[in-house]
Design a protein around this ligand. Structure first.
Ligand SMILES: [Zn+2]
Length: 83
């Protein structure tokens, strides 16, 4: 069962860090979007104005490091290579 931990509070909407999958207030995350050029790179979007799917990164330095290798494209899972 899921519980709503924010009952009664109107906090920031939460978003999930794409690396650690932790949930954080949106204001604590850095948004990146995939450039529409076919390039797999994600570009920072500090003002959250760019179209496209947002990828959120938390402030954890480990996540920042992993994020530099993160393409943003969902990998095709082949037989489960583990993550
Ligand atoms: Zn994270």
């Amino acid at each position: 069962m899921m519980r709503n931990e924010t009952t009664g509070r109107r906090a920031d909407p939460t978003r999930m860090c794409v690396i650690c999958r932790g949930r954080f207030p949106k204001s604590a995350l850095r948004r990146h979007v995939a450039a529409a050029t076919g390039d797999a790179r994600l570009v920072p979007d500090p003002r959250a104005v760019m179209p496209g799917r947002g990828h959120y990164l938390c402030a954890n330095p480990e996540c920042a490091e992993k994020f530099s290798k993160y393409s943003g494209r969902p990998r095709r899972r082949r037989g489960g290579n583990g993550e």
